[in-house]
Ligand binder design. Structure first.
Ligand code: AP5
Length: 220
C-alpha cells in the first residue's frame, strides 16, 4: 500500500513498482478519473466527481463500493498494490474486513515523505494525457514533443484539482484524514517511511530495498 501526500509521487512509483514486481495496480483516483468519462454518471458519481474537482475526499461509502467492485485485483497472482486507498481510518477498517473476506493481507505500507515546497513543484508541473492518462512533469519527466503524449499523441492537460485552491483543500484533507492512517499501520508494524526525494528510479530502488529488508526480516 502506498501512502503519502498529494503529488508526492505515489502514482509514478506505483507504475514502476508494478512493473518491477508484477503486481496489480488499484488506484482509486484513477478509477474516479476513468469514471468521469462516462456520458451519463449516476447522481452519486456526479457528486463524487464534484468533490474531487474541489479537492475534497469522496465519501467513504462510495469509495469502498468502488473498491469492492474491483476486489478481483486482490486475488491477482502477482499480488496487489493499493494507491490512494485507504485514505481515512474508516476506509482502512472496511479494507481490513474486505481482506479477511478475500483471505489475503497487506504485507507492507510505504509512506512517502517529501518537503512541501517540492510537493507543490511536482503538482504545479504535472501534465496528464487527456486520452490515456499517462503522467508527465514539465521538468522531471517531459514529453518528447511539447504538449503531446509520447504514448498516444493525446493533448497534455493540467488536472482540474491541481489548481492552487484545490491543492490547498487536498493538503488539508490529507493532514486531517489520511496522515492519522500512518499511526494505524505503525501500530501493526507494517509502516515503512521512505523518502520520495530524487529521481523516480532512485525512489524506486530505495522502495524495493526497504521491501526486501522487510521480507528478509519477516523470514527470520
Ligand atoms: P489521487 O489521484 O489519488 O490523487 P492524490 O493522492 O492527490 O495523488 P496525486 O495523483 O495528486 O499524486 P501522486 O502522489 O500520485 O503523484 P504523481 O505520481 O502523479 O486522488 C485524486 C482525488 O480523488 C482525491 O483528491 C479525492 O477527491 C479522490 N479520491 C481518490 N481516492 C480516494 C479515497 N480513497 N477516498 C476519498 N477520495 C478519494 O506525481 C506528481 C508529479 O510529480 C507528476 O508530474 C510526476 O511526473 C512528478 N514526479 C513523480 N515522482 C517524481 C520524482 N521522483 N521526481 C520528480 N518528479 C516526480
Amino acid at each position: 500500500m502506498l501512502l503519502g501526500p498529494p503529488g508526492v509521487g505515489k502514482g509514478t512509483q506505483a507504475e514502476l513498482l508494478c512493473q518491477a514486481l508484477g503486481t496489480c495496480h488499484l488506484s482509486t483516483g484513477d478509477v474516479f478519473r476513468a469514471a468521469s468519462c462516462q456520458c451519463d454518471p449516476s447522481p452519486a458519481l456526479r457528486s463524487a466527481l464534484e468533490a474531487m474537482r474541489r479537492g475534497e475526499l469522496v465519501s467513504d461509502g462510495l469509495v469502498v463500493t468502488m473498491v469492492e467492485e474491483r476486489s478481483a485485483c486482490l486475488r491477482c497472482r502477482g499480488g496487489f498494490l493499493l494507491d490512494g486507498f485507504p485514505r481515512t481510518v474508516s476506509q482502512a477498517e472496511a479494507l481490513d474486513d474486505l481482506l479477511v473476506r478475500e483471505g489475503t493481507a497487506v504485507d507492507a505500507v510505504i509512506s512517502y515523505e517529501l518537503p512541501l515546497d517540492e510537493i507543490v513543484d511536482r503538482l504545479g508541473g504535472r501534465r496528464t494525457c487527456s486520452i490515456c492518462k499517462a503522467v508527465y512533469h514539465v521538468k522531471a519527466r517531459p514529453p518528447r514533443a511539447g504538449g503531446v503524449c509520447d504514448l498516444c499523441g493525446g493533448a497534455l492537460i493540467q488536472r482540474e484539482d491541481d489548481r492552487p485552491e484545490s491543492i490547498r483543500v487536498r493538503m488539508r484533507a490529507y493532514e486531517e484524514c489520511t496522515r492519522p492512517l500512518a499511526d494505524y499501520y505503525e501500530m501493526t508494524g507494517r509502516l515503512i517511511a521512505v523518502s520520495a526525494d530524487g529521481p523516480p528510479e532512485e525512489v524506486l530502488e530505495r522502495s524495493l530495498r526497504e521491501l526486501q529488508t522487510r521480507e528478509e526480516s519477516a523470514r527470520h
